[in-house]
Design a protein around this ligand. Structure first.
Ligand SMILES: Cc1ncc(COP(=O)(O)O)c(C=O)c1O
Length: 419
């Protein structure tokens, strides 16, 4: 079954209103260990398991990180102090109850509707292992770990591929009607599309689990379009709860610069939360991570996160304006980005990425995302000064043919650490 291709084994392909569906089959050997990056991995596995951090590592020198969408630098001083304060409690096993209460209160939910996890990444594995599913579908392009976790758990995964021609917008009718598990990201990594909550709500139906990965929603002012409020108040259109089962995933990694701590959570109904919890080991979230979760739910932290989201919107506008200057050189932007990163297209994106690397900038390749190809790159939103430096580098690389010839030479000379 190993095709060795980036896209995996395509068993069947169909098109629904400009949206393509693919079935990706499991190897006959069935489940593979989760998180496997080593021997026996197929090209498809490697592509699914390529993440932005690989773009920053192994350069032999410090690169300006535009590949990982986590706040740069350290978490805020007040948060570091709170986490450091928790070190005095390390002799005791962690008690998750206060953090769970804090998360539940922040979302207006019951404690039984909250599961704290070691990042949203753990939740993908729990869902894949705990939920019975006959026909799981993953809406792509999106973060690849949900599909990787489902495949590791032995599931055949159907891909619903949104297209650039449609602005990577979701048409709920494109998802197979009998898909009993649907995973979608909002806002979506890497397209930066924020799907309207009403559109997402139309995916909900009896007998289906709808999983919405909202790892980046706290970077959207007001957490607009989040489905978390529907867990309590029902469908905005008629006040009734959504049919089927809704699972919302959150991460504290991005906004708070806590990727190394591993903290996120699941919001759902009590039965689903209990089913997922049964697949967690004892004490899955450390005391410092629990402290961070509690702290990040405080009103002042929520206000700070919202301020950061508004600043990101301004920085993103600057980035888009600067990138727009390179339209005559073939760099194109898509839709209305709403996340702390933007997706760009250029016919020589691979060479451009290598050229940027040689000039000290790491950007994220796009070709490891199902539905995208080598002409795509993802660029993180940073402060204006960083963006202006990036624009200067792009100016050097894209200034006439000589610039791109130089880039291609740089590409030939360089080896990278990613697959
Ligand atoms: C869309 C998306 N969801 C989830 C995650 C995982 O986040 P966490 O660090 O909380 O595991 C990532 C990490 O890059 C992501 O991009």
């Amino acid at each position: 079954m190993d095709t060795g291709t980036v896209m995996g084994t395509v068993m069947g392909t169909g098109t629904v209103m400009g949206t393509v569906t693919e079935s990706v089959s499991e190897p006959a050997s069935g489940a593979r260990p989760s998180g496997a990056h080593g021997d026996g991995d197929t090209g498809a596995d490697r592509a699914l398991r390529h993440h932005g951090d690989a773009e920053v590592r192994g350069a032999g020198r410090e690169l300006t990180d535009l590949a990982v969408n986590v706040r740069t630098g350290a978490p805020p001083t007040w948060l570091k102090a709170r986490i450091a304060g928790s070190l005095d409690t390390l002799a005791a096993y962690p008690d998750g109850r206060p953090a769970r209460r804090a998360v539940a209160a922040r979302h207006g939910l019951h404690e039984e509707q909250v599961l704290l996890t070691a990042g949203a990444a753990e939740a993908f594995v729990l869902l894949a292992r705990a939920l019975r599913t006959r026909r799981p579908a993953v809406v792509h392009p999106q973060f690849t770990e949900p599909e990787a976790a489902l495949r590791d758990a032995g599931h055949d995964v159907e891909r619903v591929l949104l297209t650039a021609a449609e602005g990577f917008r979701l048409d709920p009718a494109a998802v197979p009607a009998d898909a009993d598990l649907v995973v979608v990201g909002n806002p979506t990594n890497p397209t930066s599309v924020l799907h309207p909550s009403r559109t997402l709500a139309r995916l909900a139906r009896d007998g289906r689990t709808l999983v919405v990965d909202e790892a980046f929603i706290d970077a959207v002012p007001g957490e607009r379009e989040s489905l978390a409020p529907l867990l309590t108040s029902g469908d905005a259109s008629d006040g009734r709860p959504l049919p089927g089962r809704l699972v919302v995933l959150r991460s504290l990694t991005k906004t708070w610069g806590l990727a190394g701590l591993r903290i996120g959570y699941v919001l759902s109904d009590p039965g689903t939360v209990a089913a997922l919890a049964r697949h967690q080991p004892l004490w899955p979230v450390s005391a410092p991570a629990l402290t961070a979760a509690e702290a990040c739910c405080e009103p002042s932290a929520l206000a700070e996160a919202d301020d950061a989201a508004r600043r990101i919107a301004l920085d993103r506008a600057h980035l888009l304006a600067r990138l727009g200057e390179f339209a005559p050189q073939g760099l194109s932007l898509h839709g209305s980005p709403q996340a702390p990163f933007v997706l760009v297209r250029h016919p020589e994106a691979a060479a451009l990425r290598e050229g940027l690397r040689s000039l000290g900038f790491a950007v994220r390749r796009g070709d490891t995302f199902p539905g995208l190809g080598p002409e795509w790159l993802r660029i993180a939103v940073r402060d204006e000064e960083t963006t202006d430096r990036l624009a200067s580098a792009l100016g050097r690389l894209l200034a006439g043919n000589g610039g791109m010839r130089g880039t291609r030479n740089a590409e030939r000379c360089q080896t990278t650490d990613d697959g």
